[in-house]
Design a protein around this ligand. Structure first.
Ligand SMILES: Cc1ncc(C[n+]2csc(CCOP(=O)(O)OP(=O)(O)O)c2C)c(N)n1
Ligand SMILES: [Mg+2]
Length: 381
């Protein structure tokens, strides 16, 4: 027996008034039943050839970047690298739909999006190299730091977008998050505020099937992650996350809608993480080769290559040129990452507090004395 069923209970029992209606018609907010696709469908004929070529060059460069960064972890030059191989289309499209004044809020897996937005490939790896702070000036790049705590970048994106709107600035924020991140409280808070405030923000969920070893089926019972949008009162869009042209279109529409004052959108991209969670993970412990192989037939680069070739927009020379450009980027990345960074250990104490505590000043003096003693030994004094 609940408290409300107890005889004589005066507990408040809300009941809707007879004329109750939903505040928002949920039908237009609902995502399509299956992920939206362009490549390999009739819609592909309408795609801009210059855009398709640009996407192709970026995808090829992105994959090579992932391979190079992973190699750098084995050489001890990077502490860790979460590869986005298989997810390059999401990464590249997210960056290319933004204008210069817009903001990108990436998660730790979104280094490629940061590089596709124009950041120096070395700066994008500074954080993962174990260096201090972000490695770049977020305000100058208009890219928030690559975010390791799950989903905390989402309320930040909403706050920035809302503030820009209050100031009358033409700014859209695009925030990236994984399927696992949608279970975080920050995801809920960000989407709720974004919809209530009609903030100019786009949420891109890369559903790559896993949160480390946890498959999507254990993560959520929702019909799709895009359906979650409806509960907040914003549209949900479901898109093939390996189809760069579809992603560019859907994300582009969401960004433009936000820019016009139409409010936020939640986009779920169905993709797959082809490699382990990071170089520190062994994916064979929780998934089989057959599953991974099935996704190889739906590879984002192959899908685009097929389309470009069929339309006569790409030949062998074009494929070679893209590969050579990617190789040159990788060689430069390797060379610069192999140079030892010049670091000042005293930086440990900078930017911790505006005013240093007594304990911190003591530790600072101790470290300075140790470094000076070490330098004296090296100088043979
Ligand atoms: C708040 C918080 N809780 C837990 C973790 C540990 N953690 C790091 S990655 C990860 C899985 C995230 O999966 P998903 O959001 O799907 O992103 P993906 O790694 O697949 O890109 C977890 C649980 C964390 N970084 N932050
Ligand atoms: Mg995931």
């Amino acid at each position: 027996m609940t408290i409300q069923e107890m005889p004589g209970s005066t507990a408040y029992r809300p009941s809707p008034p007879p004329a109750w209606q939903p505040r928002t018609d949920p039908a237009p907010l609902l995502p399509d039943a299956s992920p939206y696709r362009v490549l390999g469908t009739g819609a592909a004929a309408g795609a801009d050839p210059a855009l398709l070529r640009r996407l192709y060059a970026e995808l090829v460069r992105g994959r090579r970047y992932n391979a190079q960064a992973t190699a750098l972890t084995r050489q001890g030059r990077l502490a860790v690298y979460p590869s986005s191989t298989g997810q390059e289309a999401c990464e590249v499209a997210a960056a290319l739909v933004l204008q210069e004044q817009d903001w990108l809020f990436p998660s730790y897996r979104d280094t490629l999006a940061v590089v596709a937005r124009g950041l120096d490939p070395v700066q994008a790896l500074t954080l993962l190299r174990g260096d201090w702070h972000t490695g770049y000036d977020p305000r100058e790049a208009r890219i928030a730091p690559l975010c390791t705590p799950l989903a905390t970048q989402l309320p930040h994106a909403v706050g920035l977008a809302h503030a820009a709107r209050l100031k009358g600035d033409d700014v859209v924020a695009l925030a990236m998050v994984g399927d696992g991140g949608t279970s975080e409280g920050d995801f809920h808070e960000a989407l709720n505020f974004a919809a209530v405030w009609q903030a100019p923000v786009v949420f891109l969920v890369q559903n790559n099937g896993f949160a480390i070893s946890v498959p999507l089926a254990k993560q959520t019972a929702a019909p799709s992650l895009a359906h979650k949008a409806v509960g907040y009162g914003m549209p949900g869009r479901l898109v093939d996350g390996n189809d760069a042209a579809a992603l560019h279109q859907v994300l582009g529409e969401a960004v433009e809608r936000a820019r016009r004052g139409g409010g936020p959108t939640l986009v779920e991209a169905i993709t797959y993480r082809m490699e382990a969670h990071t170089n520190a993970d062994d994916a064979t412990r929780y998934r089989g080769d057959a599953e991974v192989d099935a996704w190889r037939d739906h590879d984002p680069i192959a899908l685009l290559e097929r389309e470009l070739t069929a339309r006569g927009l790409l030949d062998e020379d074009g494929v070679r040129e893209a590969a050579e450009a990617a190789e040159a980027m990788a060689a430069d990345l390797r060379a610069r990452m192999n140079a030892d960074p010049v670091l000042d250990p005293m930086d440990l104490f900078t930017h911790v507090y505006a005013e240093r505590t007594g304990q911190l000043r003591e530790q600072e003096a101790q470290l300075r004395a140790e470094l000076e003693a070490e330098a004296d030994v090296e100088d043979g004094r």
